[in-house]
Write a protein that binds this ligand. Sequence first.
Ligand code: PEP
Length: 249
Amino acid sequence: MMRRKLVAGNWKMHGLKAALPEVAAIARAAAANPGVDVALCVPATLIASAAGVAGGMPVGGQDCHAAEQGAHTGCISAAMLAEAGAALTIVGHSERRADQGETDADVKGKAEAAHRHGLRAILCVGEMLDQRDAGQAEAVVTAQLAGSLPEGAAAEWLAIAYEPVWAIGTGRTPTAADVAAMHGAIRAKLGELLGAEAAAAMRVLYGGSVNGANAAALLGCADVDGALVGGASLTAEKFGPIVEAAAGL
Ligand code: PEP
């Protein structure tokens, strides 16, 4: 099964309107590499204006609430993201699982809400360092996946991002063998949950300290279909080479 690579940026809590020229520059890098899907997930306050300068590059949010509306101060619904111009959203990022106490069931509901409103979703899973050291990484990640996978999960609207928590923003990355092993385990679990055909079609991204220097090696691992990129997605200068590396594979 030939899966197009997807490189998605996650700006986290970075980005005021002064950063819009950077969004436009990233969109130009995306347009220059039409063989790769590129998306940029920005703060909710920036979605509408980023979508306005992104050309054909999809702009996304970083989270949505599972509910349609209600008394949820400070939260954003999938309908709000879509109305602002988002085409996708991240759900279940480890920073939200840790900081906001999001459970697998919460993440499942968020992904389902995104789908109800026509958004694509990138669903994040990943183990902590002590879990890896204890030899539990695959068990933890596949259990997260089973608990978070939305009803009706399909490659047309859902991608999985494997993000070892200890690799996010640290400059550390797993070995290529560990990445390939985990992505293989994720795809096998998807096969159990969704069937072989759906599992073979679904993109599984790697995330955690991806940069221009390591992107080709990480994205070239078996069963890796792209990257979710934090720090190195903030400028076109850093993000462009990752997109180009994906295009070269
Ligand atoms: C992320 O937060 O999703 C991420 C992968 O961050 P970084 O690339 O900075 O490690």
